[in-house]
Design a protein around this ligand. Structure first.
Ligand code: ZN
Length: 210
């Protein structure tokens, strides 16, 4: 069964991202992948239940962002002092303590970008499940994919883990609910982006456009 609708128009071609070989585009059966004849690189994939998976993972990521900001990210005990750090609190502390670019980058790349990506995915994919296209979906999809390389949730988590190795020598550090929720956001964002192929999403928008 092919879940990938074929947009109207003549023959299309798809270039390999790795070696630029041009291939004639053909619609795939669900679960199949098209690979480059020259280097074997992945061209595009018809992922099973793509719209449902992209929407569900994005919704889960958005819901998990609530505990990320509602609960402490880290708790530090040093001598008689205990400090609870939230993600936004850590970023604003950095801005106040002489590292405004670093603080603003944390807000932009770990709070704003995942919101744009997950929110955009829901705005575009959820109505498509019912054959509808919301106004401005093409623009939203374009900005969604533009923001994708700037989603640095996993880079930030890795940075936190590395810096904890140093902090653990001077303070007792505990992960809070916010940290585990943020790890969940990272996994859900990866699932949402991998849920639907870019080519498929544009084809679906093209077919369903009002
Ligand atoms: Zn290739």
């Amino acid at each position: 069964m092919s879940s990938w609708p074929k947009p109207p128009g003549g023959a299309r071609h798809s270039a390999c991202h790795f070696c630029d070989t041009l291939h004639r585009f053909s619609t795939l059966e669900e679960g199949m992948a098209a690979r480059c004849v020259r280097c074997g690189g992945l061209l595009y994939q018809n992922r099973p239940a793509s719209l449902a998976r992209a929407s569900a993972f994005s919704l889960a990521a958005l819901l998990l962002m609530v505990p990320v900001h509602a609960f402490p990210f880290l708790t530090m005990d040093a001598a008689t002092m205990r400090r609870n750090l939230t993600l936004a609190g850590a970023a604003t502390s950095l801005m106040e303590e002489g590292a405004p670019i670093l603080g603003a980058s944390i807000i932009l790349f770990t709070i704003v970008t995942p919101l744009v990506l997950a929110g955009g995915m829901i705005y575009v994919c959820l109505p498509l499940m019912f054959g509808r296209v919301f106004p401005g979906s093409f623009t939203v999809a374009k900005w969604m994919y533009r923001s994708e390389p700037w989603n640095m949730v996993e880079v930030f988590l890795l940075g936190v883990l590395v810096s904890l190795l140093k902090l653990a020598k001077v303070a007792d550090v505990h992960f809070g609910i916010g940290f585990w929720a943020f790890s969940g956001v990272m996994l859900c964002m990866a699932g949402a982006v991998a849920g639907i192929d870019r080519e498929e999403l544009w084809d679906r928008l093209e077919v369903a456009k009002p």
